[in-house]
Design a protein around this ligand. Sequence first.
Ligand code: KG4
Ligand code: ZN
Length: 362
Amino acid sequence: MVPSYILGIETSCDETAAAVVRRNADGSGEIVSNIVLSQIADHAPYGGVVPEIAARAHIRHLDRLVSEAMGQAELTYPQLDGVAATAGPGLLGGVIIGLTTAKAIAMAHAKPLLAVNHLEGHALTARLLGPCPFPYLLLLISGGHTQFQLVEGVGRYRRLGTTIDDALGEAFDKTAKLLGLGYPGGPQVEAHARKGKPDRFDFPRPLKGRKDCNFSFSGLKTAVREVVGELGRLNEQDIADVCASFEAAVAETLQDRLKMAFEAFRGSYSGVEEPTLIVAGGVATNATLKAMFATSAKAHGFGLIVPPANLCTDNAAMIAWAGAERLALGMVDNLDAMARARWPLDEVSAPVYGSGKLGVKV
Ligand code: KG4
Ligand code: ZN
């Protein structure tokens, strides 16, 4: 089984994706094929992801994308070593479609099934790109999650902090919506912010100075709503200034939260001489934030890895890779593996509102 070839499937939100990765004997990885079909155009008229539309689109496209990923990899199903799919957390309809497809392929070809936590996909992507020994500090900032994790190994996570209300990507999306910009909002806010004045509006820096590693973004969103309401009719410069001021508030907040997380990491692993910060999730593609991560990591003696944009946003290569890492450790799943709408990476830490741990397990 060395090297191993893993097919990955991702359907937990509004991207339908299939990929094949190779894991070599030395633990290094390679993307053999990586196909992502974005459903943005299907959801844009509604200003956000509509679960029913997403599920139907996954059904319509997934089989074809899996065939294409296998075709580009020049592999047949018997040549695979395992089949991985996101089993949660995410929109349940979509997760069921991807996981069921993976189960069918695994069963038909007698291959191991890897039921992957989507967040673990984001968490392990850096190891697909190059050497990245455990433990490391992960900042995951996406549309559904905002959290710090201590990554100790495959399947071994300790949550340092999480949002107590909105996810950061959600705050970007809501800000964009308030300004009448399109969906998804993050890239729009970033584009407008480039022409704006970051000091025109003094937005709050939520939880700044607090001695923990949690986040909060709902107050920031409310502050944006109030400013937009006061401005009334917005001109281009107003929009740019709100975006730039919002980004500045987010950057300063994250910088403050990172300081706490760096300290917490050192407190837990004083023996790690060259600690690394990994930033993952769609918001990690933001250039202003990326510049701040670089400055901040350097100031605290941490290395920094931010995967390229196409591997920060949702994709199936990260799911295939998490599957490959699990397979190498014998962490294989049964064909009755559940699809889960909620599934925290760290099942041990105490629940916090907004952390994805207080919902019903499906
Ligand atoms: O990781 P991702 O692709 O999907 C989830 O698992 O949620 O993240 C999507 C989120 C959206 O909220 C989107 O607005 C945000 O990432 N995003 C950005 C940027 N590009 C995407 N936020 C800020 N700046 C960006 N350039
Ligand atoms: Zn994601």
